[in-house]
Structure formats: C-alpha cells, structure tokens
Design a binder for this molecule. Structure first.
Ligand code: ADP
Ligand code: MG
Length: 598
C-alpha cells in the first residue's frame, strides 16, 4: 500500500515565506527547534518586545533571524535591524548564519561590525547599504560616535546572548547604543540565563515583553532553598559529614575555595567511607572526564569541586549544593546554587559559615534576592534517627533476593526463639550500632559564641519531638508548622525548629506543652494513618546555657570504609568496636546505593 502525504513543511507551518523555506531546505533543517517554534510565529505576527531564554545551541539565531529577515524591507537600503552580540566570533557566526538564511531573499544585505578589523572597511560596507547590522557593542559605539552608522530608523534591535554581554561589562555601551534608536522599535532579547542585570535591561528598555522559556530557567531560584549553618572553622569538616549523614540520599556538589581544600576534603571523605571525588584544575582532562562519568552514574554521591572546574556541570537531580566555604567573589554563589534545582526539581543550597563570615550571608541574600534560613547542624541523635528510619524504609522497599531461600531453614533454626519484635531490634542493633556508637557522643557543632540563641531551645524550657510524618505526606516545614499550630491549638511562635525529612520530622515546643501534646497525639489519625509522636532524646542538648561539651568526634570514630554493604554479608574487615579513626567516619555510604539509583 502506498500512502501519499500532502506534506507541509514544519517551517512553513510557522508562517515563513518561500525564500526562507528554500534556504531552510538547503541548510538541511528538518524540524524547528523549541525556541524557534515558540518565538517565530509571535515575532512574525505582531510587533512586540520579547525575552527568550534558551540554552546555547538551541537555535536562537534562526529564532530571531528568520523573522528579522521576513520583516525588513530589502528594497530599502536603510538599516532596519541591529543585532548586538558579545564577541567578534559570535558576531561573525551570526552574520554567516543570516547570510545563509537570506540566500534567496533578494537584495538583503547583512554586515558585521566588530573590533580588531578596519573600521573604514566596515564603514564602506555599511555605506553600500545594510538592512541588517550585526555588531559587538564596543565597535558599534565607536562607529556611532564617528557617525559611520545610522541606527535612528531601525525597527528591530536584537540583544543576543544578553547575559554574556552584561557579564563582559557592556551595560553602558548597550544603553548608549539604545539611546540612538527609535523609541517605538521592537527589542528582542535572547539569553541563556536571566541574571539580575538582564532583567534590569528588560525592565528599563522593553515594553511588556512576551516571555518565552525553553527548558528550565537557568536561575534555579524558585526551586532552590538556601540555608546556612554557623560553626567554628575547625568544625567545618565534621559539619559537612553531619549534613551528609542527615541526608542519606544526598547527591551533591561541595564547593571549596581552593584546589588544595578541594583535594583534601575529597580525600577525607573517601577515607571516611563516602562515595566522594575531587574535581579541580590540577586533574588531567582524562581524570576529570572519569570523575564526571562516575558522578553522572551516581557512583559518586559527593563531588567536591572548585568553582572553575564545576562550571560545566550540567547534571540534573543534584539534591544539595554545599558551600564548604563561601566563594571569594560573592556573585559566584549564584552559579554554585544553580547546580541544583534544575529541570523543575527542588534543591537545597547549604552554606557552612564561621561567625566572622556571617555578614556575607546578608550580601548573598541581596544578590540572590532570597532569604536564607538559619539552620542547625543536626545532632548525633537526630542523625541516628534519620539513618534508622532510612534503613527501615530501605528494608521495606528492598526486593527479596531469593538466593537466600536455600539457607532459610538453617537460619530459621538459629532464630526460631525470637519474636518478630525481638528480631527487628536485634537486626537494627547489628546494622546500626556502629553508626550509633560513632554519633552517640558527638558534640554540638553549632556555634553561638557562648550566648543563647534567643529561641526557646536555648533555655531549659524546650522539648524536641519526633513525629512520623514528613515530605511524603505533603509537608514542608511551613505546612507542618501550620498543621501543628492548628492541631495543638498553640500560639504563633510556639512551634520552632521544624525540620521535615522524607518520612518523619522534628520540632520543638516549650516543655510546658509536652504532656498536653503527647495526650493529643495519643490516638491521632491523619488520613487514616496513625500519627506517632515521641520526645526526641536530643531535646535538652543546649541545657546549661551555652556550655558546650568538649568531646569531639575523634574519640570513638571508626573508618567507615570498613563498613559493610548494607544488608549483604559483611566482609572480613568488619570490626565493631573499631576506634582510633582520627577523623571518625560515620561512613554510612553504602555501595548498595549505586544500584538503587542507577
Ligand atoms: P544558539 O544561538 O541557541 O546557541 P545557534 O542559533 O547558533 O544556537 O544554532 C546552533 C546550530 O544549530 C547552528 O549550526 C544552526 O545552524 C543549527 N540549527 C539551528 N536551527 C536548526 C534546526 N531547526 N534544525 C537543525 N539545525 C539547526
Ligand atoms: Mg547564539
């Protein structure tokens, strides 16, 4: 059977004319890219300003180039369209593309203007008539000043790679150039990212722009929450480990300031049994490729990187960005935090700061126009609870390996005298004692300079609770706070330190409410499920007004590397009471994770 299609080229469907369709066919473009599909019909149809956000390589040139070619009058020799682009290379590239696109558009001339070549030759080219000029801002400004170009009649001004142009310091040039253009022209802004400077330009020079975004807006801002943790500088590493341990499914980039720190932190993490690696400029390209490959495969859960080395990281699903140190250039923070919260996912950007750096947090807040939440490094007790529940969830979710079946009768024989409850307890004791031993005497890492923090927890009057609802029940910290306030009928600030994990949470109230709260939750159901609440043993850790225990992590630690792979039979290296690890790894990085996540 033969089918005959009446075929309409997908570019024709966008409303492009025959001359361009011919060029498109000749260039071998088959389907419009997303940004082309979105921008071209709008720009052809009406006179409007537009802000289009799309990554590099998505075909932005044609997205503005096709409509521009359609719109200019090739019978007139007057300059009607101006494209500003950040570099000479891009300028030439765009000119070249436009020449290809307009190959069948009779009379249309596109001229490139850029530094480092004869300004007089360029002026001559323009004099011959150029409906479209593609220029770098510096040279353009120069030629305007020398009256070598006239852009007073343009109908369209394209700002291509606007973020790059502003990065390169062209703000003044751009504003000066725009002041020579007519008020009623259309401005088309194309950019890969939308930093503040770009939105300033958009606000200042554009009227009611149509906005289109292809893929995910690169700011990441809406999806990223920002947290900071105040610790003594010497506790940075211990704090990092706690943050990792309190987030068992972490998949993170950890930023350090120098190559040396990067290397050192990564080495320490590896030694302590985490799936970590370093990424910095002293590695060969080959080594870096290998690290990135393992990271993409989730074989590495914690990638420790310098800012420069991490620049190209385009891995989705990064759950946490950890600023081991804040960057020297505070602006760099945006690039760091933008590694998470991509592709519509949520992410957390954490900053470990010392007290003396606290004011920098304010600066960052101004730059990112978002507030930080001050949080506390989780205590050993909290981490143990998190890990315990994670383990329980893992067990619940685990697929049964039937190879064990043949051993079952003998195992049953060994365990036959224990109840289910006892077995669970024993199982957890075996699996968990090492972790617990490490953390049970871990000190409080949060620094308050000897003062109480001014919330309820500092004084003795506060109780910390554990509750078995969490993110998977649709709670975030605000929702849980609201829920608790309502359920417990407490005042506005009665519930504090709400920390929501995947399947459970913590919060504090004044101890005076304790009995009442336990009574309310005695028999409480949420959507049919029994809600359990318990006093977290950790509740009084700050009692005694700012006195900190002096024991540090080094005492009872163990080299977590020797920790076994989850539930698989343990290897020879197992030592339950291994002390003497000098950094004290909690080391709960299970190799098993790899296959879990794929
Ligand atoms: P951007 O400006 O978004 O970085 P470009 O406009 O430079 O991207 O386009 C990147 C490459 O893709 C160019 O070589 C261009 O010719 C090509 N291209 C653009 N649109 C299409 C399309 N619809 N089909 C195939 N190739 C395309
Ligand atoms: Mg481009």
């Amino acid at each position: 059977m033969r089918l005959i299609f009446i075929y309409m080229n997908k570019f024709e469907a966008l409303g492009l004319s025959e001359a361009i369709i011919k060029a498109v066919n000749e260039m071998g473009f088959e389907t419009p890219s997303e940004v082309q599909e979105k921008a071209i019909p709008i720009l052809l149809e009406k006179e409007t300003d537009i802000v289009a956000l799309a990554q590099t390589g998505t075909g932005k040139t044609a997205a503005f180039g096709f409509p521009l070619i359609e719109k200019v009058d090739s019978e007139s020799r007057i300059t009607q369209g101006l494209i500003l682009s950040p570099t000479r290379e891009l300028c030439l590239q765009i000119t070249n593309e436009l020449k290809n696109y307009s190959k069948f558009s009779k009379g249309l001339r596109t001229v490139a203007i850029y530094g480092g070549a004869s300004i007089h030759d360029q002026a001559k080219e323009i004099k011959r008539g150029a409906q479209i000029i593609v220029a770098t801002p510096g040279r353009m400004q120069d030629m305007i000043n020398r009256k070598m170009v006239d852009i007073s009649n343009i109908g369209y001004c394209v700002l291509d790679e606007a973020d790059e142009m502003l990065n390169m310091g062209f703000y003044e040039d751009i504003t000066a150039i725009l002041s020579h253009t007519p008020e009623d022209k259309s401005t088309w802004l194309f950019s890969a990212t939308m930093p503040r400077e770009v939105s300033t330009i958009a606000k200042r020079f554009m009227h009611d722009p149509v906005e289109i975004t292809v893929g995910h807006k690169n700011t990441g801002s809406e999806n990223v929450s920002h947290e900071y943790y105040v610790v003594n500088s010497r506790d940075r590493y211990a704090a990092l480990k706690r943050l990792a341990d309190a987030n068992p499914d972490i998949f993170s980039v950890i930023f350090c300031r120098t190559k040396r720190d990067t290397q050192k932190v990564a080495e320490n993490l590896i030694e302590d049994g985490y799936n970590a690696a370093a990424l910095h400029g002293d590695l060969s390209q080959n080594q870096r490729d290998l690290v990135m490959k393992s990271f993409r495969n989730r074989q590495i859960q914690m990638l420790v990187a310098t800012d420069v080395a991490a620049r190209g990281i385009d891995v989705n699903d990064i759950t946490h960005v950890i600023n081991y140190q804040l960057p020297d250039e505070i602006e760099t923070y945006t690039h760091r935090s933008g590694r998470t919260g991509r592709a519509g996912k949520n992410g957390v950007s954490m900053v470990i700061v010392s007290k003396s750096e606290l004011r920098k947090i304010k600066t960052v807040e101004r730059i990112i126009k978002q507030k930080f939440e001050e949080k506390e490094i989780p205590s050993g007790e909290e981490i143990c609870q998190v890990q315990l529940f994670h383990l329980a969830n893992d067990i619940a979710k685990a697929e049964i390996d039937h190879e064990i079946d043949s051993y079952l009768p003998s195992i049953n024989e060994v365990l036959k005298d224990f109840s289910k409850e006892e077995l669970i307890k024993k199982f957890f004791s075996v699996e968990f004692s090492r972790f617990h031993n490490y953390y049970k005497k871990a000190k409080d890492l949060n620094t308050v300079g000897g003062e109480s923090r001014g919330d309820s927890r500092g004084s003795d009057g506060s109780t910390r609770y554990f509750i078995n609802v969490g993110e998977k029940d649709g709670f975030d910290w605000m929702r849980l706070k609201d829920f608790l306030k309502e359920t417990l009928d407490l005042g506005r600030d009665a519930v504090s330190r709400v920390d929501v994990k995947e399947s459970f949470s913590f919060f504090n109230t004044d101890s005076e409410h304790q009995d009442n709260i336990l009574a309310i939750f005695e028999d409480f159901k949420l959507e049919g499920r029994k809600v359990n609440i318990e006093i977290s043993k950790d509740s009084g850790r700050s009692r005694g007004g700012g006195r900190r225990r002096r024991d540090n992590n080094s005492g009872g630690g163990f080299k977590g590397k020797r920790r076994s792979d989850g539930f698989k039979p343990r290897g020879k290296g197992r030592r339950d009471n291994d002390s003497g690890g000098d950094r004290g790894g909690s080391g709960r990085r299970d190799r098993r994770k790899r296959s879990d996540r794929r």
